[in-house]
Structure formats: C-alpha cells, structure tokens
Design a protein around this ligand. Structure first.
Ligand code: ATP
Ligand code: MG
Length: 418
C-alpha cells in the first residue's frame, strides 16, 4: 500500500502553489508599504504559551491543539495561531526597547485538530500582522484599510467587513454576568456545547452556528450596550475613521472571537462562495496580552488571513505561472552553444527549460507543448551557422528566424502584456 498524507494535511501542488505565491506576494508588498517587517516564528512552542494566551475555555485549547511531550517530557504544541508566538518573541527579545511601535508580519502553517471539510483543514496557512505599542483607534481603522487593500489587489470582491467591540477588563465582566443571567433562563433551548460554554466562555454562545441556539438568544443583551465610556468612544472613532476612508462595514454585536485575548475592536471579513467556512480574515485588538505574558503594558492590534480560503476564491483568476520557453538544441554543437544562450535568456528574466532528449524535431516540439511551452527556441546547425535562432510562438503557431536579441525582445514583450 502506498503511503498517503494525513487527513486534513494537504499538498499544495504546482498551479495552486502559483496562486499561493501570488497571494503572499501581494500581501507582503502591501504590509511593507505600511511599515511592517517580517518576523519568523517557530512552529512549536511550549504548550503553556497557548494556554495562557488563547485561554483555557476556548475550543482551540480544549480540543484542537496538537500537544505532545518531547523526549524530556516537556509539553509542547504545534502552533494553532501566530499571535501568541509574536508576543512571546516581542517580550523575549525586548523589541519594545528598539522602537515605540513595532509592526510585524508573519506567514506559515498553523495546526488545529478540527473536522476537515472545504476551507477547514488541520494544517492551514495564515498570513498575519501585528502592531504592538499603539492604542489609538486610528490604528485599528488603518489596519483594516490595509487588509482591504490586499483583498482588493487580489481582485477579491463580494467581501463583507464585520466589526464589533468586545469591551475591556472594566466593562466586559459586568456584561458577562448579564449574559450568563440571560443564558441561564434559556438553558433548555441551547445545544450541549453552549451549555458547557456558558460556564467557561459564555460570550462564545453568541456566535454559535446552531440554529436552535441562534433562535434562543435573539433577545440576548448586546455587548455594545454595556461598553464603558472609553470603549464606546474607541469604537465610535474606529467607525468614524472607516467612514472617512470610505470603507463599508457592518456592525455585528454577536461576533465574538474564539480567542480570549481580544479586547475592544474585533473584526471578521467574509467572502461569498465559500459556504459555511466563509471567514477569510479575522482579528482585532488585544490590549492586555503582552502584559499578561509578562511584558510591559502594550496595546496591540493584529489579524490573520486564511490562505486556503483566499486561494479558493481567487484561484481561477490566478492559475498559471510565468509563461515557459522551451529551448531545443539540435545536435552536439548546438547543445554546447546552447549553454550560453540559455544563460543569457535566464539573465534577462525569461523562464527556460532545456529539452535534453534526442529525436525528431516533430517529437521534441510535441514534448515542448506537453511541457506547457508558450515559446520554443530551436537551435540547429543552420541557425548556428547564421548566428540566429528559430523562435516559435506556440499560441499563434508563427515561427521565424531571428537574432537572439530579437527573440528575447519578443518574449519579454509578451510577458509584459500579461
Ligand atoms: P473560523 O470561524 O472559520 O473557524 P477562526 O475564528 O477559528 O475561524 P482565526 O483563528 O481567527 O479563525 O483565524 C483567522 C483565519 O484563519 C480565519 O478567518 C480563516 O480564514 C483561517 N482559518 C482558521 N482556521 C482554519 C482551518 N482550520 N482551516 C483553514 N483556514 C482556517
Ligand atoms: Mg475556528
């Protein structure tokens, strides 16, 4: 029996990987333009980091982490998300001493033991960014603008931005109590999960997807009615800034995030055409996490985009990589001379593979076609003698003898027009 990959762990094959690279490239270009630098964080951390940051009563920590003991018996976990590691690194390397505001982005695989389905996997990729050290609501709006800019560059339309405020340590506990009091009365109508959540993480009941639960909590108190003055003013300013920037949004007081560290602004962006797993970006403010993990008091804002889900939406647009040129040398002399020619083509940014097999030109042309050639350059004895190459455009079928320079120009022109 051949060995296969583990359920929920995917290979990203050629074609798709081009789409992925494109997503990453656009995101990184935009992030860099907003002053961000990359941080590379480990895939494995001490389990305790996630327990203390994401929170004990969350789905991620309770049932989704890949946790194991290493050979010395220490409990380690594959990272289920990136923020905890970024914050750990920020504290560990005292990045706050280097700059008053730290703008970091990361990308890579995350691991959660979830039920695999379309848009939900056990290893999935996120591109995320965090701003550490800025409390202004203007920043929240700026980062939302940045995220939308990435999506726009990728040609993603039909997206919706949902925002909410989750309050702070002052106003959330009283709301939590009001909510628990309300939920106690609805206990019967709530699903098993929500009955359990009520004790540990009652806010999570608000965004349960179960239709019975949705029905039971239609009259639930809204967190937005419980915000303290500072949180209310913060949220209003975020909204004002979004409006100033011309960004459409929907306030969703039921949207709470699955991680405990969020405070104040939380957001989610969904995209059409993905079915139930329609959130492509999510994030928000987490003003207490750095301090809770032993660092200085540092207000933060961050988010993560789900690469698989974005790829599902944009892949038809971006399938196909840089057009390929296949180089066919006919005979030993051409083979030798070809080394230099291919070098020149590659130096000039042309994507070339050399066909090494002997055989008739017809057979080799067929193979070039199967390799996906957009252009073929043939170098035979005739061409060698006359100092030219034969350039064939595989799309139009036109073929002509031209100087190497001219061939390069033609191919480059075609690449530019794409
Ligand atoms: P969801 O509500 O879809 O489970 P989440 O709230 O767990 O998402 P976050 O932890 O905030 O998501 O992660 C941010 C983004 O990462 C999500 O919006 C989604 O695009 C992506 N993501 C999260 N979990 C998965 C997964 N198991 N497989 C693929 N992508 C995922
Ligand atoms: Mg989830």
């Amino acid at each position: 029996m051949a060995i296969t990959a583990i359920r929920g762990f995917n290979d990203i094959l050629p074609g798709d990987s081009d789409v992925w690279r494109r997503i990453e490239k656009e995101a990184v270009e935009v992030f860099v333009g907003f002053g961000f630098s990359e941080i590379k964080i480990p895939v494995v951390e001490r389990t305790e980091l996630f327990l203390r940051s994401i929170g004990q009563g969350t789905d991620i920590v309770e049932k989704e982490m890949y946790t194991f003991c290493d050979r010395r018996g220490e409990s380690l976990s594959l990272r289920p998300e990136g923020t905890a590691s970024v914050v750990r690194a920020y504290i560990e390397h005292r990045l706050y001493e280097r700059t008053p505001v730290c703008r970091l982005f990361y990308s890579g695989p995350m691991f959660r033991y979830e039920r695999p389905q379309k848009g939900r996997y056990r290893q999935f990729y996120q591109i995320g960014a965090e701003v550490l050290g800025e409390k202004s609501p203007k920043l929240d709006a700026e980062i939302l603008q940045m995220v939308l800019m990435v999506l726009e560059r990728l040609g993603l339309k039909d997206t919706t931005l949902y925002i909410n405020s989750l309050g702070c340590t002052l106003c959330r506990p009283p709301f939590r109590n009001r909510l628990i009091a309300f939920l106690e009365k609805k206990r019967e109508g709530l699903c098993e999960d929500c009955n359990r959540r009520m004790g540990v993480n009652p806010l999570r009941v608000l965004d349960c997807k179960n239709s019975a639960c949705i029905e039971a909590i239609t009259d639930a108190p809204s967190i937005l009615d419980s915000l303290c003055d500072t949180c209310r003013e913060h949220f209003s300013e975020v909204r004002r800034r979004l409006e100033l920037t011309g960004i459409d949004y929907t306030v969703n007081p039921r949207m709470v995030r699955g991680l405990d560290y969020y405070t104040r602004t939380a957001f989610e962006i969904t995209s059409e055409g993905l079915g139930a797993q329609n959130a492509i970006v999510a994030g928000g403010r987490y003003d207490n996490l750095v301090k809770e993990l032993g660092g200085p008091d540092t207000p933060c804002f961050g988010f993560a985009m789900g690469v698989e889900r974005i790829a599902l939406v944009v892949k038809d647009r971006y399938r196909g990589s840089v057009p390929l040129t296949v180089f066919i040398p006919m005979g030993d002399d051409a083979e030798r001379e070809g080394i230099q020619i291919v070098g020149i083509l590659r130096d000039r940014g042309i994507r070339v593979v050399v066909d090494y097999r002997d055989g008739s030109l017809k057979g080799r042309m067929r193979r070039a076609d199967r390799l996906g050639a957009r252009f073929v350059i043939i170098l035979g004895e005739d061409e060698l003698r006359s100092g030219v190459v034969t350039l064939r455009d595989m799309e139009s079928g036109l073929q002509e003898r031209v100087s190497l320079d001219l061939a390069v120009d033609r191919i480059q022109l075609e690449l530019k027009e794409r």
